[in-house]
Design a binder for this molecule. Structure first.
Ligand code: ZN
Length: 301
């Protein structure tokens, strides 16, 4: 793989600190960095590019505009054009997309939502998610795939797929590991958000910085981590990842991916193939007009 500068359409890729730190920025601010297929495929390339480069110690994943990421792109013009033309994304020519029934969706989601996220989690570099604004649903997957998460004050984290789409969670079901089992159930059943401070309390977030200083303070933090000898850094990562794998993390992810696909198949069966998640027709609030996301509050029902 070449390490030449590259122009991505949906990302920015910057080399900082004499090439020891790479900053990848999701760059669809007009869509609150919703993840369309082109963005996800570029992200795989960008992470791979940073992984290949022996100078790189730390990879920062950030988002342009008002929010880190609003989740998967379920219907922008860009996303529809990738699926149905006029600019079909080449990834829809295979990986199951030409097959029928649940197989198409299962193979596509495995490749573009699940396996890629697991691969990023195991990237051979230390990864640092720099989040702000809203981190919603599949936005959580991108943050969770990173080794460390730093957040701006005011960041909200929520998975709204239970309440808005009638889904049991995300393809990469990190929820019980990140929130704790009971909190995971609460947040999925209510769609409530936790704050950066709440996430800090859970151990999910390492630092909470003022929003105006987020990029600079994150870079300071990354510089510290970049000082650790690369072999030690890799083995710290690998020791922790293998420990949680021994606790069942990766097997649980595999199991829950299958459960997630069952939930899609349910909606597809109910709707006779019209939709693969719940809609307002089935009693859910239309996510395009849904009210703001409430904060999880111990004193409010
Ligand atoms: Zn899905």
């Amino acid at each position: 793989m070449s390490t030449d500068p590259v122009d991505y359409r949906f990302l920015r890729y910057e080399s900082l600190e004499a090439g020891t730190i790479i900053r990848i920025t999701l760059a669809r601010p007009e869509a609150r960095n919703a993840q369309n297929r082109g963005l996800l495929v570029e992200l795989e390339d960008a992470f791979g590019r940073a992984e290949f480069d022996d100078e790189v110690r730390v990879v920062i994943l950030a988002g342009a505009g008002g929010s880190f990421s609003a989740g998967h792109d379920l219907g922008s013009a860009q996303s529809r054009a990738e699926m149905d033309g006029p600019e079909p994304h080449p990834s829809y020519a295979g990986d199951g997309a030409t097959l029928g029934g649940a197989e198409a969706r299962t193979r596509q989601e495995w490749r573009y939502y699940f396996e890629n996220t697991k691969r990023w989690r195991n990237l051979r570099k230390i990864t640092l998610a720099q989040v702000h604004g809203n981190v919603l649903s599949a936005g959580l997957m991108l943050a969770w795939a990173c080794d460390l998460i730093v957040a701006a004050e005011g960041t909200l984290f929520a998975d709204v797929v239970g309440t808005r789409l009638g889904m049991c969670g995300l393809e990469y079901f990190g929820h019980p590991w990140e929130f704790g089992p009971r909190k995971a159930k609460e947040l999925l059943l209510t769609g409530d958000a936790i704050t950066a401070e709440d996430a800090y309390g859970l151990g999910m977030v390492s630092k909470v910085f003022p929003a105006d200083d987020l990029a600079e303070r994150t870079l300071d933090f990354a510089r510290r981590i970049a000082q650790v000898p690369s072999m030690a850094a890799l083995l710290v990562k690998e020791s922790v990842n293998q420990s949680v794998d021994a606790m069942g993390f990766s097997n649980a992810l595999n199991s829950c991916f299958t459960i997630h696909e069952l939930n899609h198949a349910h909606w597809s069966e109910i709707s006779k193939g019209e939709v693969y998640y719940g809609t307002s027709e089935y009693g859910l609030v239309d996510w395009r007009h849904a009210p703001g996301i409430p904060r999880a509050d111990p004193h409010a029902s």
